[in-house]
Design a protein around this ligand. Sequence first.
Ligand SMILES: [Zn+2]
Length: 682
Amino acid sequence: MPKKFKRYTITSALPYANGPIHIGHLAGVYVPADIYARYLRMKGEDVLFIGGSDEHGVPITIKAREEGITPQEIVDRYHEQIKKSFEEFGISFDVYSRTSAPIHHETASEFFLNLYKKGDFIEKTNQQYYDEENQQFLADRYITGICPHCSYEKAYGDQCENCGTSLSPLELKNPKSALSGNVPVLKETKHWYLPLDQYEEWLNDWIIKGHKDDWKVNVYGQVKSWVDHGLKPRAVTRDLNWGIHVPLEDAEGKVLYVWFDAPIGYISAAKEWSKKTGNDWIPYWKDEDSKLVHFIGKDNIVFHCIIFPAMLKAEGSYILPDNVPANEFLNLESDKISTSRNWAVWLHEYLKDFPEKQDVLRYVLTANAPETKDNDFTWKDFQARNNNELLAIFGNFVNRTLVLTHKYFDGVVPAIIEIDAEAKNTLEEMKLFPGKISNSLDRYRFREALSELINLARLGNKYLTDMEPWKLIKTDEEKVKTVLNVSLQIVANLAVLSEPFLPFTARKLQNMLGMTPPKWADAGNAEILKSGQTINKPELLFARIEDAEVEAQVQRLLDTKKENEQMITVNPAKEEIAFDDFMKMDIRTGTILEAEKVPKTKKLLKLKINTGIDQRTVVSGIAEYYKAEDIIGKKVSILVNLAPRKLRGIESQGMILMAEDTDGQLCFVSPTEDVSNGSEVK
Ligand SMILES: [Zn+2]
């Protein structure tokens, strides 16, 4: 028998506040967590649904340096943007906090001190690179040098981005500080470590033996592999200025490692909620009757299944997660979603192109959720699921039912006078759906649950089509009353059961039916709507998505891909030159007066150019790209003080400026507005 819990503490991975939120985040973590929280609330359960921004760590300090602003300014910007995206997509957090909040700094410091006082950490001193000019230790990302494997010159202290090898800063040849450009020195530094190896046996009992049957296979397998390979002590502090200062006297310039402070953020968020609402947070974190569930992506499994539980276990007063239903990754059009390559569908951009279609995205991301393996989001699939499922099945059934009720009975719910076999069977089948959907949701099978919801709409759609009330109305009005009553009850059930998945649609539908916010227990009832009750005029729940709309999205991605490819192959910048060197070049705008092919050559054109100063001959290697007759009259830029050279016996006086792309394609560098010949380019 599964344990009966008194309350639920649901957390969702804290998004890192150095960029906006994309569909991969939503599909992997926030939509399933939200469905689960909404479902439990509808069942009348006591739920605390926690979210927040993860605002510490080195990547944020690097981004701040690049933009010339403070880390706080970076996280303020993205915290607000992320929070807004979640609100817009109906992610129903009870609290959305942030790790730069004072309450989190207090909570995390206290947590560290508790463990420190109990002697749960080990202290170790090691050698680390130090920038003497800036007087600080260097995080791995702040050290660059030559990769020992591929000789790439800009490898980072933790990784070479050219060959992908993981590195330690000491392996780099010619290390340099990214802060000052100086050669860093090695200096001793002390850090505190959580001895994870001491928790192996306990993890073995608790997860490997204890959660073999109720945790997802992908999660269980990853944890088992980590534990089987043996765990090592892990540093919980590091030398950095941005973060939560280590609350010890001999720890100046040290902060808690971001992976240590971030999960404590779930606890801090509960405290913040407590302050705001006056509710007690303690039972949600310390009472054995509370069920703790972490929603995360697969990259976070080790932190939520091994490290954070070990921290909680060490502290001793907190409950452990009952389940960690981590998802795999969502890809986009067969390619890995990437922030740096801009290969993503950003939530704030999606809503600009598809206003008020939050539920369509929630639907597609759930129907195609990467629950057991990586999955692919494609715009074609997005369109097909909207048009063929939401619109053709769900929307169509609801709309036909409501329109016919208004047409035949002025919007009044008709009574069933005498129930027939079809009606009875259909209602019996309808009553099975709440149980099926609950059963899937209780086991974190959100795709399966959603497909049952659509099956309920399918049941209604088929019933209505089979009964053909539009024909029956001519001969048997009594029977039409039965058909529409049954159909309306199914619509009302959809209005209840769709709420966790499609909250905006459910609310709209409830309003059309004149329903008050329903409870989960209302579903399965064949008399949600009473006969004689009036329903409102129907509005369309879903609209067709046209080919042009998804083609535009695909085109945008193709453009991004092209840009990325060019970024990769474009030649690096040449050596720096002095301003005076640049000023030696005399570049003018001119016009091509005459052009002819140089005989017996493939590439050369002989041009006569009006430079504003004079008319002169220039030989240019552009014949493969331009025909002589097409370029007469063309405005060009010309370097006029280049020493003359003889090409195929013709003296060339100057050089026409051409842009050459990565494929070797040439094009003129011409003024975009009309300027007179001889204008100086500088
Ligand atoms: Zn390398």
